[in-house]
Design a protein around this ligand. Structure first.
Ligand code: COA
Ligand code: AMP
Length: 631
């Protein structure tokens, strides 16, 4: 039996033994009574009865041990021309002071705190500060507009909101505070306290009585110690796109999350304590939670927090500069970042300027890794380029080439095999397993391993409906794909209305809800079309209400503006077009999948339930006029 086979089979057949052993990587105040509590499926609980603190494991045990002077975080910010190194000892001081500040504001165990911050160390300090006192953080990505922030505030009901005065996004300076103020005006829930970190390049106005300056707060607060938490106490809520405008609040607990992430740092990424690790993502996404903040710090690594872009800050050599300057062992980012670099510097001229001799491996995830990008990155870097597949819900990889266990030959287009802990199956719509090589719904047989979602915040019903109901006994990933005869997993794309723009997950349903609110629009559809740089981009189709004689071009512009203002620039919604009719089934369901196939030039079968096939000719003409399928 190969090493991988042995590890994998123990993780599935003896999960308590497997994860009980993995739990030794974590410091516990009290060990658990039971590794896996399966008494109430599909709600499985890991490490019940165990007591620990995630912040203690990520910070204090290193700061109080032999890593006190090791760098915990390197803040590398080409946009502000700053490089700051923070040791574990310094990180502990910062986090304890901030946690004390939160306590002085009345934030306690079980309270929620929303964090809306750019990529600065204070974002990580705020997350760890919450974890330290048992407050539940919910980080909202800075590219979301005030409306999206308000939706999350109303759902998470935070006692406090932590933000900064602004960010530099590529070449633009963005003021965050006016957006926060707007969100707080829009939300029904009253946030008692706003903690604001002032940045030199943009000053924020403060609202008296509500807003507190970060520096003043930490200067006066009594540092707070780590509190003893149950392993099953919540650590964070992270909202992610579902099929409607209301995002899903993925809830993560403390113990299982810490154990799983500690285990993955070695098993999946082959990273050891003391190694320099870089995840070029954003703290607003799950990749940032797991692999900028919690995973590398729990494992005692040095984690790079990069405030910049793969191109334009200042050039397409930014990644190589960071790797070389900080002796990065491995980098984790999204394929789109590499597509952007490839577009600007196809022959790798910038790479020639830097010595990246210490660099061992590139990990890519967040969207499908297209073979072109895979080959280009491999040829340029001459190190393994590892695709791995995961979701906000899981917090860590479901399929990967686990180099810390056994490295397999790469098959481009596949993220390799199931990661130990995930019993991946491919089911047809009737819940029957399909044979190797045949496409179907990718599901995971329950129980899910530790660290994966516990439920959806304040919405058990949606948790069951979204993930557990369609295939009883299995977690529904909503991705389609197949497993080949060698056990390699192939992820072909989402089966729902979620799209992936530059590695960011967005809901076409949410965009449709906004467009449908336009007074002149009778009905609409938004589909994801293929894009060479960002993977997918949304395109909207709308039918005007009878009697509307306004120029459709004007309405197109208004719709683009509405989506940008409501969801944010990150939605990249730039194209909408008026059509006479939308293709539908006889029961009135819009045939978005067929429209997607037309837009990407793929063969499609005429849906047997189609109401009027001639509408597809009209849609094809419209898409052709818009330049689809793209060459
Ligand atoms: N705060 C505010 N606005 C933001 C933002 C943030 N944190 N992040 C992005 N935006 C804005 C951008 O400024 C841009 O606005 P614009 O329409 O006014 O130009 C818009 O949102 C789209 O951003 P983005 O998709 O990032 O496009 P880009 O053209 O600026 O950059 C890439 C393209 C490929 C360089 C960029 O998408 C990238 O670095 N991708 C890596 C993906 C990644 O890290 N994914 C994380 C998951 S692993
Ligand atoms: P998110 O929750 O934002 O991490 O997005 C998760 C979705 O991104 C998955 O359901 C997939 O559709 C897609 N995805 C992530 N990683 C990969 C990958 N390596 N290959 C293909 N799709 C991926």
């Amino acid at each position: 039996m190969s090493n991988y086979d042995a590890v994998f089979s123990q993780s599935i057949n003896e999960p308590e033994k497997f994860w009980g052993e993995a739990a030794k990587k974590i410091d516990w105040y009290k060990e658990c009574d039971k590794v896996l509590d399966s008494s109430n499926p599909p709600y499985y609980r890991w490490f019940k009865g165990g007591k620990m603190n995630t912040c203690y494991n990520a910070v204090d045990r290193h700061a109080d041990g032999d890593r006190a002077d090791q760098t915990a975080i390197i803040y590398d910010s080409p946009v502000t021309d700053t490089i700051t190194k923070i040791s574990y000892k310094e990180l502990k001081e910062k986090v304890a002071a901030f946690a004390g500040g939160l306590k002085s504001l009345g934030v306690n165990k079980g309270d929620t705190v929303v964090i809306y911050m750019p990529m600065i160390p204070e974002a990580a300090v705020a997350m760890l500060g919450c974890a330290r006192i048992g407050a539940i953080h919910s980080v909202v990505f800075g590219g979301f507009a005030p409306h999206e922030l308000a939706v999350r505030i109303d759902h998470a009901q935070p006692k406090a909101l932590v933000t900064a005065s602004g960010a530099i996004e590529g070449a633009k300076t963005l003021a965050y505070k006016p957006m926060v103020d707007k969100a707080l005006e829009q939300s029904v829930h009253e946030v008692e306290k706003v903690v604001l970190f002032q940045r030199d390049f943009v000053q924020a106005d403060m609202t008296e009585g509500r807003d507190i300056d970060w520096n003043e707060l930490v200067a006066t607060a009594e540092p707070a110690d780590c509190v003893e938490l149950e392993a099953t106490d919540p650590l964070y809520i992270l909202y992610t796109s579902g099929t409607t405008g209301m995002p899903k609040g993925v809830l993560r607990d403390n113990g299982g999350h810490a154990v799983a992430l500690a285990w993955t740092m070695k098993a999946v990424y082959d990273i050891d304590p003391g190694d320099v690790w870089w995840s070029a993502s954003d703290v607003g996404w799950v990749v940032g939670h797991s692999y900028i903040v919690y995973g590398p710090l729990i494992a005692g690594c040095t984690s790079i927090l990069f405030e910049g872009k793969p191109i334009g800050t200042p050039d397409a050599g930014a990644f190589w500069r960071v790797i070389s300057e900080h002796q990065v062992k491995s980098l984790f980012t999204a394929p789109t970042a590499f597509r952007a670099i490839k577009k600007e510097d196809p022959n790798g001229e910038f790479l020639k300027k830097y010595d990246i001799g210490n660099f061992e491996c590139l990990y890519l995830a967040g969207e499908r890794l297209d073979p072109d990008t895979y080959h280009w990155a491999t040829d340029m870097l001459k190190v393994p380029v590892i695709d791995h597949w995961w979701q906000t819900e899981t917090a860590w990889a479901i399929a990967a080439n686990c180099r810390g266990i056994e490295e397999f030959p790469i098959k481009p287009g596949s993220p390799t095999k199931a990661v130990p802990g995930y019993d991946i199956r491919i089911l047809d719509n009737e819940c029957f397993e399909v044979e190797p090589g045949k496409e179907g719904n990718i599901v995971v047989k329950l129980p899910l391993p530790p660290g994966t979602l516990v439920t959806l915040w304040k919405n058990d019903e949606r948790f069951i409906k979204s993930y557990m109901a369609t295939f009883p006994g299995y977690y529904e990933t909503s991705d389609g794909g197949f497993v080949d005869k060698d056990g390699y997993v192939y992820v072909m794309g989402r089966m729902d209305d979620v799209i992936n723009i530059a590695g960011h997950r967005l809901s076409t349903g949410a965009m449709e809800e906004i467009i449908a609110n336009h007074p002149d629009v009778a009905e609409c559809a938004v589909i994801g079309t293929e894009d060479k740089l960002k993977g997918q981009l949304p395109v909207g189709f709308f039918v005007l209400k009878a009697g509307v004689d306004k120029d459709p071009k004007e309405i197109e512009k208004e719709l683009v503006k509405m989506v940008r203002e409501e969801i944010g620039p990150i939605a990249c919604f730039r194209e909408a077009t008026a059509v006479a009719r939308l293709p539908k089934t006889r029961s009135g369901k819009i045939l978005r999948g067929t429209m997607r196939s037309i837009a990407s030039g793929k063969e499609y079968n005429m849906p047997s339930t189609i109401d009027d096939p001639t509408i597809l000719d009209e849609i094809t003409d419209t898409l052709n006029q818009m330049g689809y399928p793209k060459k």
